[in-house]
Design a protein around this ligand. Structure first.
Ligand SMILES: [Zn+2]
Length: 202
């Protein structure tokens, strides 16, 4: 098996649908190929990020607005064209666009610290460090981009750190998952394109 054959199998594996001979073949390739092992690791991170991302309502006319906001070269991408031809085909596809556009703005931004969460009252920001002091609780998910997260207190939710680092004291308690993302954009792009091609074949 070569890397090109391994890629779709990894995809199936992540969707939970890989069994038997194919699963063994993929496992063998992964053992022999560090590049694909790294690729799978990145994939799992993006998967986790997509799970952690808040769901958004999709207002009417949004597809058109997003289409218009895209730079011309992006509009030539077959996926966008498919969306334009089937504007009402799938709310899921529009949701993907919404998510995609948030990611694009995320990754196009410079290196400014970004903190997102539903409960930021207990969060202290010092320079590029986001600090949750001991005895304090953040009730909900916390996302930090381009900065360091230092946790001495409690977080009742998931943590996502994008292009940054996380340090936890022994007093820290995190009820959810911790996800660290670097350069996820490429993987997201692949994932979304793949998803769109699945939709267009239905
Ligand atoms: Zn490989």
């Amino acid at each position: 098996m070569d890397c090109n054959e391994a890629l779709p199998l990894m995809h199936e594996y992540l969707d939970g649908g890989l069994k038997g001979k194919e699963a063994v073949a993929l496992k063998e390739h992964l053992l022999a190929c560090p590049a694909c092992r790294e690729r799978l690791k990145q994939f799992e991170k993006v998967e986790a990020l997509i799970q952690a991302w808040p769901k958004q309502e999709v207002p009417s006319g949004l597809t058109e607005r997003i289409m218009q906001a895209l730079p011309p070269e992006k509009r030539k991408n077959p996926w966008w064209q498919w969306i334009r031809r089937h504007p009402a085909a799938s709310v899921a596809a529009v949701f993907a666009l919404v998510m995609m556009s948030s990611f694009m703005s995320l990754w196009n931004q410079d290196t400014e610290l970004l903190v997102k969460g539903s409960d930021l009252r207990s969060v202290v920001i010092e320079g590029d460090t986001v600090y949750v002091p001991q005895g304090k609780t953040v009730a909900g998910n916390l996302t930090v981009e381009n900065g360091k997260l230092k946790v001495d207190g409690d977080i009742e939710g998931n943590i996502v750190v994008i292009d940054g680092s996380v340090v936890m004291a022994s007093t820290a308690h995190i009820s959810g998952q911790i996800t660290e993302i670097d350069e996820a954009f490429g993987w997201l792009w692949y994932k979304m394109n793949d998803w769109a091609s699945t939709l267009s074949h239905k």
